[in-house]
Ligand binder design. Structure first.
Ligand code: PLP
Length: 452
């Protein structure tokens, strides 16, 4: 392992940087990778050791890092105009052009864009937009939100309240509870015993119907869902689920909010997974991450003309009282435009479809290992679930932190995969080749094999 625990940067890190989502123990004496350089999917640490980053940063380095063209675009925009006030009567060229481009790429009549700083703020905006819209149309009681256990939607107060990953919620905070309801996680691998995928889908749809009946459709404002759950375990819902729930939302006048912070911009082979993969036309779509491939922070809440027409007509004094200093940041928007141009020019979506099929197929071979209970996901969004017993699907004790054991071993062999308790998660740059796939699967397989 190439973790040197004495460098000046390492000491500064341990002493001063409180990292997000990181146990206090790891601020004491554990080594962390002190990264200094990146090119494509390859990262280098302070000692010059290189790694293949199969996590793609945090599901975000879609076009790969270290691209000259991105550096030039960003530098040029900084020279031209590094910042522009987004409020009232001011605009800027990259933000306006990006909004137009996003409207072209987004499904249905999703033609309106509200910029923020990342995925959490995009979700926060969506949450406020739901309230605002329901108020503006004279339905102030429609404020309840449906979401799912296992869903992750971000770290702001509203986003974390909508999040349904119980392990991410801690007793030290009081989340919004009364108006947010978490339905079952649509994980086919963990379906109730004896149910096949179709029965499980029916079960989830029935549960949704029951919740609507219990609360009353006149009280429910929106359903928030990732088309494929990400950090909740890379869960592709059962066939037909997304579309059937969307139909129920339409029937019951409930807004469908697709959290595509991970799934958009090519991760599963499409600009947006909702429509292309699942046949759903959401009312609101949140995105971030792959929007700039992590070159700069940017979030966007895209929403339909139908919503816009309601909120923008009527009371002349009304406005959407929300926004950020960095909404529509010209440099971030210029980076996003260039990022989209690169995805288009290099046909990265088709590449993900093609290489993704190979990635799925190669990863499935890990099922032969005794520790591997499930291999799941779609294209460039995959994970391996490790279990104590493959028949009963019983997990190893959480304290063992098996995912971390495995990822530590993989890291020693030059591969970075993300540990999430029992899982090892992968979301590589869209440029990953078949040769890279072989490297990832071989190294991950060896790490799993040698762990137990
Ligand atoms: N939504 C989803 C599906 C995510 O996976 C994440 C982050 O991983 C977020 C929202 C929050 O995004 P951010 O960390 O940029 O605030």
């Amino acid at each position: 392992m190439s973790k040197v625990m004495s460098s000046e940067s390492w000491q500064a890190d341990k002493r001063h940087w409180m990292h997000p989502w990181t146990h206090f123990d790891s601020f004491k004496d554990e080594g962390s990778l002190m990264l200094t350089r990146a090119k494509g999917a390859r990262l280098w640490d302070e000692q010059g050791t290189s790694y293949f980053d199969a996590v793609g940063g945090l599901w975000c380095t879609n076009i790969g890092l270290g691209r000259e063209e991105m550096a030039e675009t960003i530098a040029e925009q900084v020279r031209e105009m590094a910042y522009a006030n987004p409020f009232v009567d001011m605009s800027n060229v990259p933000a306006a052009q990006l909004a137009k481009k996003l409207a072209e790429l987004a499904p249905g009549d999703v033609n309106r864009v509200f910029y923020s700083c990342g995925g959490s703020t995009a979700i926060d905006t969506a949450f406020r937009l739901v309230h605002f819209y329901q108020n503006c149309r004279g339905k102030p009681a429609k404020k309840h939100i449906l979401a799912r256990k296992g869903g992750y939607h971000g770290s702001t107060y509203a986003a974390m309240s909508i999040t349904g990953k119980s392990g991410d919620k801690i007793p030290e905070f009081d989340y919004i509870q009364d108006t947010i309801h978490h339905l079952s996680c649509p994980n086919p691998y963990r379906a109730p015993a004896g149910m096949d995928e179709q029965q499980f889908c029916d079960f989830l749809v029935d549960e949704f119907k029951q919740k609507v009946a219990e609360l009353g459709a006149d009280k429910i404002g929106a359903f928030f869902a990732e088309p494929i759950l990400g950090s909740g375990g890379v869960i592709v819902p059962p066939e037909g689920y997304n579309c059937r729930i969307w139909e129920l939302c339409q029937e019951n006048d409930i807004l469908f909010v697709a959290d595509e912070v991970v799934t958009a911009f090519g991760r599963v082979g499409h600009w947006f997974a909702s429509e292309d993969l699942f046949g759903v036309q959401p009312d609101i779509i949140t995105c971030a991450k792959g929007l700039t491939s992590g070159y700069l922070p940017l979030g966007a809440t895209l929403f339909s003309d139908r919503i816009y027409d309601v909120i923008a007509t009527g009371d002349a004094d009304r406005y959407f009282a929300s926004g950020y200093t960095y909404s529509g940041h010209p440099v971030a928007c210029a980076a996003a435009l260039k990022n989209i141009e690169i995805i288009e020019r290099e046909n990265l979506l088709s590449r993900v479809v093609e290489v993704g099929a190979y990635f799925e197929q190669r990863l499935q071979t890990l099922r032969d290992l005794p520790l591997v209970g499930d291999v799941r996901g779609k294209r460039f969004m995959m994970c391996v679930e490790n279990v104590a017993d493959r028949n009963t699907k019983q997990l190893l004790p959480d304290e063992l932190n098996i995912g971390k054991w495995i990822s530590d071993r993989a890291e020693q062999n030059g591969l970075i995969v993300r540990p999430i308790v029992h899982l090892n998660v992968m979301s590589p740059p869209l440029t990953m080749s078949r040769k890279d796939v072989d490297f990832v699967v071989d190294k991950l397989g060896a790490a799993i094999e040698h762990t137990y």
